[in-house]
Structure formats: C-alpha cells, structure tokens
Ligand binder design. Structure first.
Ligand SMILES: O=C(O)CCC(=O)C(=O)O
Length: 341
C-alpha cells in the first residue's frame, strides 16, 4: 500500500492562532463522577493534525520510522507471546516528549506496557510527533478554559508529555469483540493513598482521550468493597456498569479522583474503573489519542533490538500481521467515504 502524501501542509503558527479561538464547549458531565466529555472539541486545523497522526502511522510501511510498530505481548494470565497485530486487544503505540538527549517520557511501570506484557525487545516509546505535541498543548489550553469557565479540573500544574495511540478495529474476520478490559489508570491504596511505586502517571493528573474516526462505547464500572468480618480482607465487587459513546472529535477527560477509593457507607468504599470491553463495529476503526502527564522515562527507541526472538516470527504469523495491517489501512481509507459513526 503506497504512503499517501499529506494534501495540506501544517503550519505550527496557524494552528496555535486557531487554538486561541476557543468556541463554547459542548460539555457533558456524569452523575457521581468528576470525569467529563467535551464534544466537537478540536478546531478544523487541530482535527487536521489529529488526522495526520493517524494517517502517518497507518499508511506508512510497518516498522518503518513513522509507521506502526509490531510488538509481541504476553498479557496477564497468558502463557505465550502473541503479536499486537494478531491479538484481538486494542493495538497500541507509545510516544513521549524528549526528557534528555537519549530519553523520552514513558507510560508503563504501573498500568501501561507491563500489564500488557510486552516483550522487552519490543517495548518501544518513540518521540512525540510535532502534531501530537501541538494537540497536547491544545488540550492543555482547553482544560484551562474549562477550569476558568466551568470550574472543572482544580489542578492544572502539569504538562501532557505522553501520548498513547490506540486503534480499535477487527484484525481479521471472526475476531473477538474484546478490546480493553476494565482497569484504573492510577493505583491507590484502599486508604486513598497514591502509590508512587506503582504509577507512572503523575499524581492527581487526568487522562485526556481524543477520539478520531468511528465511535466506540467507553464503559464505567462502579465497584464497591467492604471488609469481610471473618477474614478481615477486602474484595472489590461490581455494583453497576454504564457506558458513554465517544464520537469523532470528542475529548473525554478522566479525573483521577474517580478512581480513588472513597468512603460510601460505614466500612464501605467505592471507586470507578473504565474500559472498552467490547467493540462490535466490524467495518470501522476508532482511534484514541490518549494524552497523559507521566513521570517515568525510558531510552528513546532505536529499533536496534529488532527483529528480536525469531520464534515469534514464523511464516503464518508474518502473513496474518500483514493482513491485519492491510485491513487497518482499508478501514482508514474507507472512513473518508462514509460518515464517522
Ligand atoms: O479508548 C479509550 O477511550 C480508553 C483508553 C484507556 O482506557 C486507557 O488508555 O487507559
């Protein structure tokens, strides 16, 4: 598949000027949660930047400098490594701002790459592209606006230095709908203490998700826990689940305080988890650009470790990886032909 050239060159100055014209946001808040959703959040120029991020990754050759990177993951509970282009799970790519000559900011020591179980030879964080860095600044400006005018997000003393790009799509016919299990982005003790050793996201900072392309349902699970009087142990249990639809050009802001255990009744705590446990649209790709503020750093990916363990890369594996990539490219080309639904 040839790489498509960008039709309109981006100008950083034009984008920044555009960002200053913040329109009145279409804001949606949720009962009992501090997280919120803003529809139609990006200006046309910013949408163009977001589309360039997706197009560049999707349409370039796989494992090239700008294209999608293959990895092999062994998620929790699994016994063997499987390619990220073969697993039904959402496909992820990691990008961080530069943190030093050879270093980039990284997400993964708490709830990112380690729980995904990525093989160390393939654990790859690249430097954020210019478009990602511009979008991160745009979101920060939106958050300041929302704080001033809507009294959301009390803490804004951080910068968004990491971007995970998530591709939700069916990699082959008959693939499972399972994509992203319920989880919390931040790890707290039951007393509500932020556990620094288990988090790479900065304390008290949000997860900011821009959706591009087809919509998907983000689900929230409210969990409750109480102490078992006999054993003295706590167990989290589902109380209920609700979902919201994330449309093209929306910004979902996950307030970390929703994930922090909070007293509900005597001896009872509750918290929210989130996930995209199911993605049913076989003819669509939904992309999440997930911006965070992180404290971890890692060596800038040099690809020098590749191709890595040869037993992963047999003939049938390489064939199905190439087919999944082609499927994604076709879905991406198709999304301009029909409305983003
Ligand atoms: O796709 C989404 O909107 C959710 C992403 C997410 O939960 C995560 O990156 O932790």
């Amino acid at each position: 598949m040839p790489y498509l050239n960008m039709s309109v060159p981006l100008s950083r100055e034009r984008l920044e000027v555009d960002t200053m014209r913040i329109r009145h946001p279409r804001l949606r808040t949720f009962f009992q949660q501090k997280s919120f959703l803003v529809q139609n959040v990006l200006t046309p120029k910013e949408m163009q930047a977001a589309n360039i991020v997706v197009k560049t990754l999707t349409m370039n050759k796989m494992n090239s400098k700008d294209g999608l990177r293959m990895s092999f993951d062994k998620p929790l509970g699994s016994t063997r490594y499987m390619s990220n282009f073969e697993r039904p799970a959402v496909l992820r790519q990691y990008f961080g701002l530069k943190a030093g000559p050879e270093l980039v900011y990284a997400y993964g020591s708490g709830s990112g790459a380690k729980t995904v179980g990525t093989h160390p030879d393939y654990d790859c964080t690249r430097e954020m592209t210019e478009e990602m860095a511009i979008l991160a600044k745009c979101i920060e400006k939106r958050l300041h606006y929302l704080r001033k005018h809507c009294h959301l997000m009390p803490n804004l003393t951080f910068s968004l230095n990491h971007c995970t790009v998530l591709f939700y799509f069916h990699k082959k016919k008959g693939a499972s709908n399972k994509m992203l299990a319920f989880h919390t982005d931040n790890v707290y003790s039951v007393n509500g203490k932020f556990l620094h050793g288990k988090n790479s996201q900065k304390e008290n900072t949000p997860t900011c998700v821009v959706t591009i392309g087809g919509s998907r349902f983000l689900q929230f699970e409210r969990q409750v826990t109480s102490v078992n009087p006999k054993t003295g142990r706590r167990k989290w249990m589902r109380s209920f689940v609700k979902s919201i639809e994330l449309h093209d050009n929306s910004l979902f802001v996950l307030d970390p305080s929703d994930e922090c255990p909070e007293k509900f009744l005597l001896n009872t705590l509750f918290r929210w988890r989130h996930g995209v446990p199911s993605f049913r649209k076989k003819q669509r790709v939904s992309v999440a650009l997930v911006f965070r503020s992180v404290t971890d750093v890692t060596l800038l990916d040099s690809m020098s470790n590749r191709p890595g363990p040869s037993d992963f890369q047999n003939e049938p594996t390489m064939k199905s990886i190439a087919e999944a990539h082609r499927t994604l490219q076709e879905l991406f080309i198709g999304w301009n032909d029909h409305p983003c639904t």
